[in-house]
Design a protein around this ligand. Structure first.
Ligand SMILES: [Cu+2]
Length: 122
């Protein structure tokens, strides 16, 4: 195998590891295993619980839909250079996001005007 083919193979393995790890973690969470992997937020009708969260930089927050109505997780306020994110609007499932920049974040459900939460990353 040539040097180039070798480094290509390593690169593919690295990408696979990045793609597979969160999928494995998510399925473990869904089965109730792997608790304490990261902070989690419950999405009910019509609220996030907890409504405010303090986390360490690099933590991954997972939202769990537990209500009957459709909701989403939309970032509306964040520190500079943070990329906007929005989950699907859905009634069940999970959504995860890793917070790698310190600061203050506001998250809302665009379906319900009063449904919001706050995350502080320190
Ligand atoms: Cu909602």
């Amino acid at each position: 195998m040539g040097r180039r083919a070798m480094s290509r193979r390593i690169w593919i393995l690295a990408v696979l590891a990045i793609v597979i790890c969160p999928a494995v973690a998510a399925s473990a969470l869904a089965k109730g295993k792997g608790k304490g992997k990261g902070p989690s937020v419950r999405i009910g009708d019509n609220f996030y619980k907890p409504k405010s969260l303090k986390i360490k930089r690099g933590a991954t927050v997972t939202w769990h839909w537990t209500g009957k109505s459709q909701h989403n997780v939309t970032l509306t306020q964040a520190p500079k250079h943070v990329k906007q994110f929005i989950s699907n609007t859905q009634a069940k499932g999970t959504f995860s996001h890793k917070f790698s920049i310190k600061g203050s974040y506001t998250i809302v459900c665009t379906v319900h005007a009063n449904m919001s939460m706050h995350i502080t990353v320190r």
